[in-house]
Design a binder for this molecule. Structure first.
Ligand code: SF4
Ligand code: SF4
Length: 565
């Protein structure tokens, strides 16, 4: 099983499409999670469109329990048709928690690893081979459709009336719940959204004169149903996205599903998806909010905070101005440098793009220094090639690699730069500094982001140089370190010295800093009259010391801790 979110499938697309042509021998699942509602940012890309392009079956998840069950079926299906199967999830299912009943009677197969030499199947050497593989792929999809139908993977609930609902994946439980209070509407709950279970759809068409298709994001199922209806010469009406009556953006709430069913029964109008017009459905998609409601920030003690503070200080001291100096950002925790209070990063496009974009801006004629920022994992994954390009073309860019030693945003995985002592047994570390120098970068500096004076001094110097310069800002991810080691120090604020100027909070944005307003401080926080109180949450503070560098009144003091081994 290979797991990724929808953007990962773009990166893997070259391989996935080629593997689809060759097919597989053992079972292979691509578990891909889409994000209707863009809760984690990035495009609302619909993997089902990708699956149609690649020619791979898609099984959908509805709940943790059903995901467990369909996952096993997905492996079986993959082995039967000798083709990878996409198991598609969405954020709402991926974030759900449920006690799952597991079937322990399953005995894993114990087979020797074998790979047959089969040029016609596992290479693309020539048009005859490629076209045969294309043909094989189509036959495998037909076989998948027959198995899906034969095993009743999609659930058909027949009622007496002439109206039907076809819903897909995570919408099924909501649709089923809504239908429980409505009589005489038949329902086809699709758990496989590609290939279309045409026999099941034909049954729906044969007993309906009006159908609603409920699915999030693109009208993938709706298009296939309309196509099948047209081939069958069906004359009824389909309510969906393609007639403009259901939204194509954001996730479907129960409110949208209920309104959609209202359209099926009533026949008129369209679903408005703005909570200004539907205050009864508070979680619908606001149509006009351009930015995140609550900008997320770095964790308390995150070293990236120190890097962006140092960069902003260096830009200011060099009189370059944050609004005039382009800083490109990249994927991962580091992109949080776009949010207040740093507001450093100008772009976020795709993995590794920060370095390519920086070169593009420079080649287009931007005369001020152009800075690219990228995390260590992203650099290993997709930053090396554009850096080679920058070296070859002697591009005037400053690259800052924010090296926290882990792939933190996706769950603190080990990456090639993780220290040797923390690599799994038998693995070794790849040193970013050695790697960068080996590519021909002549100016390479390593900084520690919590040592602000040195970090700012080096950034100031390198900002003014030409050609490719690289700064490696090195400090371990605070969360990983805190899980492994006891804290030796944290900070507290002396209420007598603190003037409540809020510079510490304004400059660091550290979530461990807590400000209590003047109004509340007189009572709850016990502060001085007419003045608020700034405190540090001792449970959150990691002792990084960054806020100390912001306080002109020496109000922030260290508290040493006893370390219990
Ligand atoms: S701790 Fe220092 S920087 Fe923070 S509010 Fe108080 S005086 Fe200002
Ligand atoms: S030392 Fe200051 S900036 Fe660092 S974690 Fe503690 S409160 Fe936050």
């Amino acid at each position: 099983m290979a797991t990724m979110k929808m953007s990962g499938s773009n990166v893997a697309a070259d391989s996935i499409l080629s593997i689809a042509y060759s097919g597989t021998r053992g079972g292979l699942i691509f578990y891909i999670a889409d994000d209707p509602g863009a809760e984690a940012g990035m495009p609302e890309q619909d993997t089902r469109v990708f699956a149609q392009w690649a020619g791979l079956p898609v099984l959908e998840t509805e709940s943790p329990q059903q995901a467990y069950e369909i996952c096993r079926f997905a492996f079986d299906l993959s082995e039967q048709i000798e083709l990878p199967v996409i198991l598609r999830s969405v954020t709402s299912v991926a974030h759900a928690m449920q006690l799952v009943e597991a079937d322990y009677s399953y005995i894993p197969l114990n087979r020797d690893p074998v790979f047959e030499r089969n040029i016609e199947r596992f290479t693309k050497a020539g048009d005859t081979i490629c076209m045969k593989q294309h043909n094989d792929l189509l036959r495998r999809l037909e076989k998948a459709e027959a198995i899906i139908n034969g095993q009743g993977i999609n659930r058909w609930v027949k009622q007496d009336g002439p109206m039907s609902l076809i819903s897909a994946g995570n919408i099924n439980p909501f649709a089923s719940e809504c239908l429980s209070s409505m009589d005489a509407i038949s329902a086809l709950y699709l758990r496989c959204t590609y290939p279309l279970d045409r026999r099941a759809v034909d049954e729906v068409l044969s007993c309906s004169n009006r159908i609603i298709v409920l699915e999030e994001l693109e009208p993938v199922v709706e298009r296939m149903v309309r196509s099948e209806a047209s081939l069958q010469g069906w004359k009824g009406e389909i309510v969906g996205k393609l007639d403009g009556r259901l939204p194509r953006v954001g996730k479907y709430t129960q409110g949208i599903i209920q309104k959609g069913l209202g359209l099926l029964v009533g026949g008129e109008g369209r679903v408005e998806f703005s909570n200004k017009t539907h205050s009864d459905v508070p979680d619908e998609i606001p149509g006009d909010i351009p930015a995140a409601k609550h900008p997320i920030t770095f964790c308390a003690g995150c070293p990236h905070r120190g890097t962006y503070i140092a960069l902003n200080r260096a830009l200011k001291q060099n009189k370059l101005g944050m609004k005039e100096t382009i800083v490109t950002g990249d994927i991962g925790c580091t992109i949080l440098g776009m949010n207040p209070p740093f507001e450093s990063c100008w772009t976020e496009v795709s993995m590794g793009s920060s370095i390519g974009f920086a070169q593009g801006f420079m080649r287009a004629g931007i005369e001020k220094p152009v800075v690219a920022t990228i995390g260590d994992s992203t650099f290993f994954h997709a930053g090396i090639q554009p850096l080679i390009n920058a070296v070859q073309h002697r591009s005037d860019i400053l690259l800052i690699i924010l090296d926290n030693g882990w792939t933190s945003m996706t769950g603190f995985q080990v990456n090639p730069g993780t220290p040797d002592s923390l690599q799994p047994a038998g693995q070794r570390r790849v040193d970013i500094g050695q790697l960068v120098r080996s590519l021909g970068v002549e100016v390479v500096e390593t900084i520690q982001p919590f040592e602000q004076d040195r970090a700012v001094e080096i950034m100031r110097r390198l900002l003014l140089m030409r050609d490719v310069r690289v700064i490696i800002s090195q400090e371990e991810c605070a969360l990983v370190r805190m899980r492994r080691e006891s804290r030796t120090i944290h900070y507290t604020i002396d209420p007598d010295a603190c003037t409540f100027c809020k510079a510490c909070m304004r400059e660091t944005g550290c979530p461990a800093l807590v400000s209590v307003s003047a109004e509340d401080s007189g009572t709850a926080a016990g502060g001085k009259k007419n003045r608020g109180v700034m405190t540090i949450d001792p449970d959150l503070c990691t002792g990084c010391g960054l806020c100390v560098t912001c306080c002109r009144f020496s109000a922030i003091q260290p508290v040493k801790e006893e370390v219990h081994v």
